[in-house]
Structure formats: C-alpha cells, structure tokens
Design a protein around this ligand. Sequence first.
Ligand code: FES
Length: 571
Amino acid sequence: MIISEVRVCSLDDVRRLGRLIYTYRGKAIALFYHDGKVYAFDNRCPHMGFPLSRGSIENGILTCEWHHARFDLESGCSFDVWADDARVYRVRVVDGDVYVEIPDLDVEDRARILRRLRKGLEHGVQLLIAKALVSAIYSGLDVDEIYRASIGWAMERNIAWGGGSTFIVSTRNIQGYLDSKGLITSLLRGLSILSGEASDRAQRPVLDTLAGSSTSLPRLKSWLRHFAEVRDSFGIEVILASMAFHGYGIRDIAEVFFSVATDHYLSDGHVVDFANKAFQYLEAILGKPDPNVLRSLALLLAEGRRYEESHEWRHPVDLVEIVDEESGRLAEVFRSGGDPIDPREVAGLVINGDPRSIAKGITGFLEKDFDPRDVALGVALAGAQRIAMFSSSNEIGDWLTVLHTFSYANAIYQVVKRAASHEVFRGVYHGALKIYLDRFLNIPPFKIPNGSPGESKEKLLKSLVDLLNRRYMIDDVAYVVADYIANGYEDEDLLRTICRSVAREDADFHTMQMLDAGISIYRDLRSDAHRKIVLIAMARYIASQAPTDRRTSQVADIALKLHMGQSLHSD
Ligand code: FES
C-alpha cells in the first residue's frame, strides 16, 4: 500500500474553524479539531457516502448527518454495524502544521475486505456484504478468496449445507458468463441467503474425529451405511470428518459418501444435489477435503425423506422394487468407461418408456459396454427435456418438480463422472424413474419450436431480455431461443445473456441450479439438437421465475455508486 504524507493545513486554521476539508487527488479528507486533537477522516460516510464534514461531534463521537451513524473519532469504528467503519488517517502535527498519512485510496486492503464481508454475513447486513464484494472485485482480489471466506464462515458454525452454499458454488460454476456487476449481484444474493440460513439454523456442537484409529475405507463405508440407515447424524458426522482427518482424497471420500447417499432416493434429490455442490467446492475452490464441509452433510444424509416412504414411488407400480432388481445386477455389468452412446437414445428411452423398460434399458446399455457417464448424461438430458416440454397448463408451482428432477439428474451425472462405482450408479435409475414420474407435467407437451432464420442476433437477444422483464413469458422465450439457434448464432452469447438476466433477479437457489445444471450438461453434449433442448429448458424455466423485485441488484448498484465516488444524496 503506497502511503503519502501530506501537509493539509495549519493547526491554527483547523483549531479556529473546528473542521475543514482538504482534497487530495480528487478525494475529500475531513479534518476535525476536538478536545485539543486533530482527526482526519475520509469525508464520505462509509454507509452511503454523505459528507462526514457535516456531521456533529460530541464527547469524542462523530455522528453522520444523514442516517445518524456514529463513529469513534479516534479509530473510525462505528457503533452502528449497518454503517461500517469509517476510514481514518494518521495525523502528525509538526511545527504548527498538520500532516496526514494517506494510503493509496483506490486500493482496499485484503484483511479489511474480508473483515467487512464477515461482519456483513454475521449481522445480515446486505449493503455491507455488497461493499465487500465491490471492493474485492475492483481491488483485484482473487474471487475464490470470497468463496472460501464465506463458505468457511458458514461451515465454522457447523450448520447443514444448504441453498446459500449451493447458490455460491453455482455462481462460481457460471461466473465466466457474468460481467462484474452480474458477479457482484449474484454473489450478493447467494451470500445473503447464506447469512440468513446461518442465523436461522441451530448450530451443532462439533464432534471429535476418530483420531487414533487406522480404520480402513471399506470399514468406514460400512459404518457410514449403518449410521445413515438408522438416521444417526452424530455417527455420520464422525465418519465423514474422520475420512478427511485420515488423509483420504476427495475422490475416495466422494465414492463412499455417494454410495451410501444412493441407498435411497432422498428428499426430492436435494441430498445428492447439495452434496455434489459441496464436493465441487472441495475440488475446485478448496483443493482438499475439509472436515467442516463434510460434517455439514451429516444432517442431510440422516434426515432425508426416503422414496420408500412416498406413495408415488410405490403405487400403482412399485418403482423401488424395480430399482432393487436392476441395481442387483449392477455389480456384474458395471464397469468404468466404455463406448460412447448418443445421449438422445438414452433420453428417448427415459421420456417414452414404462418404468420396467426404462430400468432394464439402462442396465442393457451397460451390458452393451456403453460408457456409464454417457448413460447418466442421457438421463440428465431427459430431465432437461421435461422442462423444455413443460405444459403451460400446469400450476406455476410445478416448475419446481421438474427442476428438482433435472437438477438431481445433473448432480448424479457429475457424481458418476467424479467417482463412478456400481453403487453410485444406482442414482441414475432414481433419476430416470423420477423423470418417468414427472411425465404428467408434459401433458399436453409444449412443442419445441423449430425456429426460423432472418432476425438479427442483437434483436433476438434484446427480445429475450425484454420478455424476461415480463411475467411468465415461458413459451415466447422458447420461440426466440429457437430462432436464435436456427440462425446459427454463437451459443456463448445467448448463455451470457441468460446468465446476466438471472443475475438481475432476486433468484432463489433453484434458479441458480437450473443455470448451473444447464450449462454443465450443455458443455458435455456433442450435438446441436441436444444443446437446443437444454437452452430452451433454461430459458423457459428462467422465464417462469421472472421478473422479481430485483432488490439485490439495487443494493449492488448502491455499493457500486459509492465505490465509484458517485453521490447518493442531493442537497
Ligand atoms: S449514516 Fe452517513 S450516509 Fe447514512
């Protein structure tokens, strides 16, 4: 940090006037004389930028004139958490002249940014979080530091992994499609959800690991399976944290976790979906197993509602029995790798088949040595197809049903890519049969449009954004996307427009999962026909949730204006 020491005024002047403003490289510094001492402040109130030089001083406390935030004159620390601490500068008086040490005002110090972020999360002050994000991004701080600091903060509280952490990891997965404002807004939304969850959820005591034990991984897996079966969240937590403590790698731990997590289809797929995000966090952001992150999965695994307990999985056809029958054959037919298969062949089977033919067909693909990853990708494509063909005559709330299934199908596909085993692969049957169960939401099916060329790219992207400003334009956006694809325009620009449109909204974690899952499988699909289904599914789902109040975006705007030195008040 570059520091300049500048002479700002004479002691006599500030003593006589009580306060004055000195401008250094376009930045205003407020000087106050109080109780025989001189104090120097950044003149912009840290809350919303009002000139502090207009504040009142009493008994060593400076009070801002606008929202009355109070600051200690010595340190600049605020008595009001929502206002943040003011920036103060060291003052020296030499031979009747006042000198102020001024650091480079445009660069925020990393420790200060992270402290501000933590404070915002702890107290649930969205503007404080927004300011930390703006400072981080404009100071060139590695954004992964924000991901690590915020999720690390939540994990220290030993709360279950939830929508907030999931939202944040999904933002990381799509951040290449966001501009700085979009990234700030999206992260702000995720961090606000995370902060709310941390204050709402009970903090659990942290249990010890099996520190002196050298238990093998297969034994740990059998214990984990037993504890999960009897819903013993404490036993689960000890095993998960111990695996990290004993130095097992992320992949091994993932295989153990997901083998057990696929013993049942749990909680509309949320358990596997959330856990997939937690493992993505370990792999892509942290780079190592973390006991606290693994602990956060214990409650999910213990408390997940099992599909056997659900009527729809039992009647009129017992789907659980079908999964059991087919997965019994997996140990024999499953192997990692194999020949490629067109995912649309798999998707066609899942969309059109009956439960038994779907399950047997999936096993059949493995028997024919097709790659299990391609089979799982085909099931995820079928999940996207349900959304692309979602009937507008359904209730709006039913979008969540197809979203959950697609998001789960994508999660299990990511899991199969990461740590394939015959046990984990059972999750693919769960996804396929859940897509079968959702078939009534495609009656009558929305017909995926062919699209027609002719319109300019700019006009089509603008139409898409305009439609997303209006309520429930689910079919109209599909026509625009189809026209865009029919013109052969760059898909990346379309994805950027979709992601930036969502970043404007007060999106919930489901919408972010839709983006994340859509883009993940989009990248792995090899043909344009497959990709079109995914793009239309994404656009339709997003249109079903837009527009929102866009409050998060407004808070991000305030933080950005403050950072740029723009005025939020007028005289
Ligand atoms: S308290 Fe100073 S701007 Fe709000």
